[in-house]
Design a binder for this molecule. Structure first.
Ligand code: NAD
Ligand code: TYD
Length: 336
């Protein structure tokens, strides 16, 4: 199996590459990543022992010439993780989101079609479905109703992927996963932001009343599901991925503070995010029924492991939190 994995220097992509190298001694992986603010080659340092089974290329998925030259090597599958991924940044400026998430996906699809790639896997999100009321869970048949520029750009990409299947008969699969947590997550997202702020005795900014609900999954469980869907999923199908772990944001923040022995007075309720989805919950029964997938990591254990990982990798996140990221932090949180 020869894979092209885009966005592999980010959080989920790097975890996926390692999962695949560890699990399949015959798999070779080429990774393509622009190394934006969110991309970090340190996230791929554990691929070292796998030698030439992994090769990294720096580049933009929206650069047609580059993508054609990479894809022309020939691949059994292309797995597209590359994206601008942070809702808050998309509220400040949606341009990069449209360029990478929509145009970049189209450029990849065109190249995969031209060079006859076996399968195209689009890594999408539950956020394309919009927001839920107090009960129920998203199924694959629900209409798309994205509420942020980020989720709108991901929904647009999903539609393009679907259309390349219907129009050209391309073999595609789309995965839609709930909120991930685990090692190497950029500390702009809720869980790593709260852990690292608490470790630094900084305020923990919770949007609105803190009762927005997210459905959490450990990144390892997400990666196992993607592996299964690439290998055994049906062409043209969408698969929801979730681990049935719904929690209001403030409960997670309280849990992190308790584990770190820090006071709840660090919590600061701040002005809400505009367009903030109230609740997500994923129904992943199709994935369970058709491919036998089940999550394996219990939330409390996974969260505790993640807290330990951030304690042990302080240099990794301190470097990030002393660089460009702080400009965004000051702009976004400064007037909240
Ligand atoms: P991330 O922001 O940590 O990583 C994104 C990676 O894409 C970075 O390495 C970045 O350098 C790279 N990238 C950005 N623009 C690029 C471009 N134009 N060309 C090439 N590379 C580019 O994101 P993540 O959290 O790892 O998410 C990965 C994918 O999974 C995204 O598509 C996201 O929409 C999806 N997803 C994320 C979650 C989550 O909870 N984080 C949940 C469901 C789906
Ligand atoms: P986030 O990690 O940005 O993921 P998403 O918006 O894609 O779900 O946010 C998770 C939840 O945490 C979401 O309801 C927004 C909330 N949140 C805060 O309350 N404060 C913060 O500083 C951040 C980054 C998120």
């Amino acid at each position: 199996m020869k894979l092209l994995v885009t966005g592999a220097a980010g959080f989920i992509g790097s975890n996926f590459v390692l999962t695949m190298l560890e699990s399949y001694p015959d798999t070779r992986i080429v990774t393509l990543d622009l190394l934006t603010y969110a991309g970090n080659l340190e996230n791929l340092q554990d691929t070292g022992p796998y030698g030439d089974r992994h090769r990294f290329i720096r580049g933009d998925i929206a650069d047609r010439d580059l993508v054609r030259s990479v894809v022309s090597e020939g691949f059994d599958a292309v797995v597209n993780f590359a994206a601008e991924s942070h809702v808050d940044r998309s509220i400040l400026d949606a341009s990069a989101f449209v360029r990478t998430n929509v145009l970049g996906t189209q450029v990849l699809l065109d190249a995969c079609r031209e060079f006859g790639v076996g399968r195209f896997a689009q890594i999408s999100t539950d956020e394309v479905y919009g927001s839920l009321g107090a009960v129920g869970a998203f199924t694959e048949d629900d209409p798309l109703a994205p509420n942020s520029p980020y989720s709108a750009s991901k929904a647009a990409a999903d539609m393009l992927v679907r259309s390349y299947h219907r129009t050209y008969g391309m073999d595609v699969v789309i995965t839609r996963c709930s909120n991930n947590y685990g090692p190497y997550q950029f500390p702009e997202k809720l869980i790593p932001l709260m852990i690292t702020n608490a470790l630094s005795d900084k305020e923990l900014p919770v949007y609105g009343d803190g009762m927005h609900v997210r459905d959490w999954i450990h990144v390892r469980d997400h990666c196992r599901a993607i592996d299964l869907i690439i290998g055994k999923g049906s062409a043209g199908e969408i698969y929801n991925i979730g681990a049935n772990t719904e929690l209001p944001n403030v409960r997670i923040v309280e849990h992190i503070l308790a584990r770190l022995n820090k006071p709840e007075s660090l919590i600061r309720f701040v002005k809400d995010r505009p367009g903030h989805d109230r609740r997500y919950a994923m129904d992943s029964s199709k994935l369970n029924r058709e491919l036998g997938w089940e999550p394996q990591v219990a939330f409390e254990q996974g969260l505790d492991e993640t807290i330990c990982w951030y304690i042990e990798h302080e240099q990794w996140w301190q470097r990030i939190k002393s660089g460009e990221y702080m400009n965004f932090y000051d702009t976004w949180y400064g007037d909240r």
